[in-house]
Design a protein around this ligand. Structure first.
Ligand code: GH3
Ligand code: MG
Length: 521
């Protein structure tokens, strides 16, 4: 995170020094500057900057078309943005809450030498307020009481802090184990008995803060490839949409998916598959322009978010990337191989609320690129008729009518994007096998009761496996309660999963939903 914070602060300084040589700064320039601080600051842990910028943004006079540098400087220097910009950008902010002002000052004096910035509150209420406004990295709470009659503000603070993974450390005169455990039960993080050993406290604070920053980093950056995650796309996408709504500044979203990636894994192993994913991420990161964003959505799907780029410009760029990438050589046991990708592009052309609407459009174009040969790029065309969602047929075979309906009702609720489901029910194995349920190149899920009069589930399963392509048909067996032999038989006969009776209806649904997602996506 520190790397991004440093870069971010450098960029602020750079813009200000550029403006110094400019005669005037337009309203738009200033608006965008503050807007980007507000958006990016919050995403990279500089909440104070973000909050200050947002406040300035809200107070910006829309009738003032131009600014001169001196005004802006005064205007911003008065805020935390510049003057209080710490030299060491990693200074952590500690909020100390204590009823005693002298003790507050005492803690401040002892912690600041360790490089922390300390702010204080003398009531829990004020502490809660500062927690919201200042987003401290750690809270020290001087709380010399037991917890039985603890005020509601204490729980409010501990819940908020818990949700944001901000440690709350108690400093107290009370050394009883019981009281300490009560504190932990309330979600408070650490407990120090006074007199406090400040050296130990400083180390504890530092460890906790580091842990949190690793966590924050891990949800923002993809572990395997180091590019941004889906979560960041949502943040940055929302910011781009706001800019579009205000200024009509267009942007494009490109969705890319490696072709036949499953085969790479199957042929060369997952480790090589991972290298290809890293290679692709590095390839994109190396070629993109500054300001473009690379995101791994998951699996072998990546997004490029291209500000100020229309779909034709994006097309030229991605086509160049595509042609270059197919020449990139990967190796397995010194044997070279290459990989291609397909892409779908969508440009923002109308006001929308969520970035997902744009990625859904790009997905339609990508899907069309896949269907029509792969290794190609297509732009989403709002007038095109995209092929309907792929149909998955679910067959429920159970002689118990009530159970059949219950399973049917649950499976009506499953949802996998890009697929629509139809459900067929059968009262026994014979009826199922005699019906013309199978269609080549479609996907099927068969929920099959193990114990049925006539043909039992195992026989039906073995007929399915010997007469139809295995990959197109998933089979879930409903077996008797924890009869291991039945389970082993079912799996040996080719069942993909089993569910033991009796089952909770929503558990059945969740389990099948997971299986479908894993297999279809
Ligand atoms: P298509 O051209 O239609 O996109 O075919 P495909 O084989 O690329 O697509 P499919 O969706 O069938 O397979 C994607 C595969 O990606 C399946 C999954 O095992 C693999 N995969 C997902 N995440 C990872 C990962 O982190 N590492 C590796 N090595 N493989 C992954
Ligand atoms: Mg793929």
């Amino acid at each position: 995170m520190k790397k991004y914070q440093t870069k971010f602060l450098e960029k602020i300084r750079q813009t200000l020094s550029d403006w110094e040589s400019q005669q005037t700064i337009s309203f738009d320039e200033l608006y965008r500057f503050l807007h980007s601080i507000a958006g990016t600051g919050a995403s990279i842990g500089l909440h104070q900057y973000s909050a200050e910028a947002r406040e300035r943004l809200d107070g910006l006079d829309p009738d003032k078309d131009y600014w001169i540098y001196e005004d802006i400087y005064t205007y911003l220097v008065e805020t935390v943005l510049i003057e209080k910009m710490p030299e060491n950008q990693d200074v952590s902010l500690i909020l100390v809450i204590s009823e005693h002002a002298e003790y507050l000052a005492f803690i401040k004096d002892h912690l600041e030498p360790f490089g922390y910035m300390v702010i204080g509150a003398i009531t829990l209420e004020k502490g809660n307020q500062l927690f919201i406004d200042q987003k401290p990295d750690c809270v020290l709470l001087d709380y010399p009481y037991e917890y039985e009659d603890a005020p509601a503000e204490l729980d409010a603070l501990s819940q908020k802090a818990f949700a944001e993974i901000v440690p709350v450390i108690i400093l107290s005169e009370l050394s009883s184990k019981d009281v300490q455990n009560q504190a932990y039960k309330r979600g408070l993080t650490d407990y120090f008995v006074k007199p406090v050993d400040f050296e130990e406290l400083a180390i504890r604070i530092s460890n906790r803060i580091q842990l949190r920053s690793i966590f924050e980093h891990s949800i923002m950056f993809d572990e395997l490839t180091g590019v941004f995650t889906r979560r960041y796309l949502r943040l940055e996408g929302t910011r781009q949409l706001e800019l579009y709504h205000r200024y009509q500044t267009i942007f494009s979203l490109v969705l890319m998916d490696l072709d036949f990636f499953k085969k790479i894994n199957d042929t060369y192993g997952h480790q090589t598959g991972d290298e290809v994913l890293r290679g692709f991420a590095d390839f994109l990161t190396g070629l993109k322009r500054e300001g473009d964003l690379v995101i791994r959505l998951g699996g072998e799907e990546f997004v490029l978010l291209l500000p100020n780029t229309n779909s034709e410009q994006a097309m030229i760029m991605i086509e160049r990337f595509r042609q270059m990438f197919r020449d990139v050589q990967f190796t397995y046991n010194q044997k070279p191989f290459s990989v291609t990708f397909s892409a779908g592009i969508s440009e923002v052309t109308k006001p929308i609320n969520k970035i997902e609407e744009l990625s859904d459009e790009a997905d339609k174009a990508l899907y069309a690129a896949k269907r029509t040969g792969r290794n190609k790029t297509l732009i989403f065309d709002p007038n095109a008729l995209y092929e309907a969602e792929q149909i998955v047929t679910i067959c429920i075979i159970d002689d118990d009518e009530i159970l059949r309906h219950l399973v049917e009702e649950q499976l009506h609720k499953v949802h996998v994007s890009g697929f629509s489901f139809q459900i067929l029910t059968f009262a026994d194995g014979e009826e199922f096998l005699e019906t013309n349920w199978y269609q080549p190149r479609q996907k099927f899920l068969v929920v099959l009761d193990r114990m049925m009069p006539g043909l039992d589930g195992l026989e039906v399963l073995s007929q399915i496996r010997s007469n139809y392509p295995e990959l197109d048909i998933m089979v879930v067996m409903l077996t008797g309660q924890s009869d291991e032999r039945e389970i082993v038989q079912a799996l040996n006969a080719g069942a993909d999963d089993y569910i033991t009776k009796p089952f909770q209806p929503d558990e059945l649904r969740a389990r099948i939903q997971r299986l479908l997602q894993r297999t279809l996506l």
